[in-house]
Design a protein around this ligand. Structure first.
Ligand code: HEM
Length: 487
């Protein structure tokens, strides 16, 4: 084939592809459509560098536009009024569970997204319960950290702090939600299985769920995590039957609410296993929800603090020498955490519309059925609310400087109306676990830095935003060295 024939062939294929790529013009009052160059795959630039791509395309296309990605319509929404409409949409209009089922279902299991958040979960992670478990949670954190870090007062060789933080946050999530028995007996194994579930990724396997080796490893890890949680439910039931004192945690509340007293006191094991099957899913889903972003945020926190060590001194002097500190009085630590969460939560908030979704009141902007996305960046990294937004500056939340009210964890409001911080989502779906996340990362920071001197070795890693809501992921290790403090 000659060069001209080959060029003509490519041109024909290209034109056919372009003609066959769907455009949502059949919907009334549709949004501006960004026609991708690649058919089916669509606007792949979003997957490669989401934040940069969105900023560039909003500039070109305006506050609201639609494109096609992997055969799906995806509408990007910006502008306060439009975002408020998005945040205030009913679940029927914009479904959060369906969106995450499609995006993360193959990773963690689609059934997890069918159960929804329960009232019991909100009780288990409410600030008042967290206040009451704080001393024991801190003691557990210190025990965990001491079992992992060297006792030598000489500097260690360079090591990646990430595995310690991944396991630590999982252990703390298991402890806070499912009690000390699970954390102490199977915390490490559970952490390893969740590591496989969260990190052993194959993009092809994720999207298409082919039985690739990564998919098989994930299935195996999920099966084992289920077995561990099921065994823990059985153990809890045994303890209740034998009148032992059990932790007053999420697992107990779930059991009390879903397994009737008769079954609990005298049912056979098989019936009980059947009855707790849904609960295993709830516990598994909640541990995953509590862990996946918190582990990354712990790495990001250490990167930020070790790059500006003067904040470590302020945190430690505020903490004092006693382990009996009040968590919500650690204002400098909390401001540092808020600053890390703000800078590193650039992952996009995703919903799924099964019907055309009217965005503007007048109805001239209607998103076609598909994903409808909001980026936290225009809020959380807005230079008008946060001067020099990319810099790590916890002091910006000092009441004399920050012109807005802060809550008990030194965080600006996450309400959609306030339009200040979208790191945890906005409005009614804003993360209910954020207070637990502050505790998990905060306790790890205090337990490690109070007992060990830690220094960054080399450069901090680069960070990559997620395609869904949450904390950016490090693109490499966080190398540190440490030595035990001499008291
Ligand atoms: C640093 C850690 C965390 C980050 C950055 C984070 C981030 C988020 C974000 C951005 C959303 C909203 C998603 C959206 O609107 O599309 C969300 C929702 C949620 N988060 Fe978190 N989260 C963290 C930790 C936790 C923890 C510790 C829990 C504990 C159980 C938790 C439980 C949930 C639940 C249940 C939802 C869904 C709420 C709903 O559908 O109404 N998260 N999280």
């Amino acid at each position: 084939m000659t060069f001209i024939e080959l060029s003509l062939l490519f041109l024909t294929i290209f034109i056919l592809f372009r003609l066959s790529s769907r455009s949502p013009k059949t919907y009334p009052g549709t949004t501006p459509y960004l026609r991708p160059w690649l058919p089916y795959i669509g606007s792949i630039g979003y997957a490669l560098a989401p934040q940069e791509w969105m900023a560039k395309m909003h500039e070109k296309m305006g506050d609201v536009f639609t494109t096609t990605i992997l055969g799906q319509y995806v509408t990007f929404v910006k502008g306060h009024k439009n975002v408020m409409r998005w945040a205030g949409a009913t679940n029927k209009e914009l479904d959060i569970g369906e969106a995450y089922k499609k995006l993360a279902g193959n990773l963690i299991g689609r059934d997890v997204f069918e159960i929804g958040a329960s009232r019991t979960m909100y009780e288990a992670i409410a600030p008042s319960r967290l206040d009451s478990i704080q001393p024991a949670l801190y003691a557990f954190t210190c025990k965990f950290v001491s079992s992992k870090l060297p006792s030598s007062t000489e500097w260690s060789s360079p090591t990646d702090i990430t595995p310690l933080l991944v396991e630590g946050t999982l252990q703390l999530a298991a402890w806070a939600l499912c009690g000390r028995h699970l954390a102490e007996t199977h915390g490490a194994e559970l952490a390893e299985n969740f590591r496989v579930l969260e990190n052993d990724l194959s993009v092809l396997g994720l999207l298409l769920n082919f039985p690739t080796p990564a998919v098989k490893r994930r299935d195996q890890a999920k099966k084992r995590a289920f077995e561990i949680i099921q065994a823990e439910f059985k153990e809890r039931i045994r303890a209740i039957r034998e009148g032992e004192e059990v932790d007053d945690d999420f697992m107990s509340v779930v059991l009390g609410e879903t397994v009737d007293d008769e079954l609990l006191s005298s049912g056979n094991d098989d019936d009980i296993v059947k009855a707790v099957r849904k609960n295993i899913l709830i516990v598994y889903g909640i541990i995953w929800g509590a862990h996946t972003n918190t582990a990354s945020s712990a790495s990001a926190t250490f990167c930020d603090l070790l790059s500006s060590p003067s904040h470590i001194s302020t945190i430690l002097s505020q903490r004092g020498n006693s382990d009996d500190f009040i968590f919500t009085e650690q204002t400098h630590l909390l401001r540092c955490l808020t600053e890390t969460f703000r800078r590193h939560s650039t992952g996009t908030l995703v919903r799924l519309a099964s019907e055309p979704f009217p965005i503007s009141e007048s109805g001239e902007l209607v998103a076609p059925p598909g994903f409808v996305l909001v980026s936290p960046e225009p809020y959380s990294l807005s230079p008008s609310t946060y001067p020099d937004p990319a810099s790590f500056n916890p002091d910006r939340y000092a009441p004399s400087v920050f012109p807005h009210a802060l809550d008990a964890v030194q965080s600006p409001s996450v309400s959609a109306n306030a339009g200040l911080l979208a790191a945890w989502g906005l409005g009614k779906h804003a993360c209910p676990g954020r207070f637990l996340a502050y505790r998990m990362v905060g306790n790890l920071v205090l337990a490690i830095l109070a007992g060990w001197e830690v220094e960054m070795v080399g450069e901090p890693p680069k960070w990559k935003g997620l395609g869904t809501g949450g904390i950016d992921r490090a693109e490499g290790p966080v190398m540190v060295r440490w030595r035990k403090r001499i008291n």
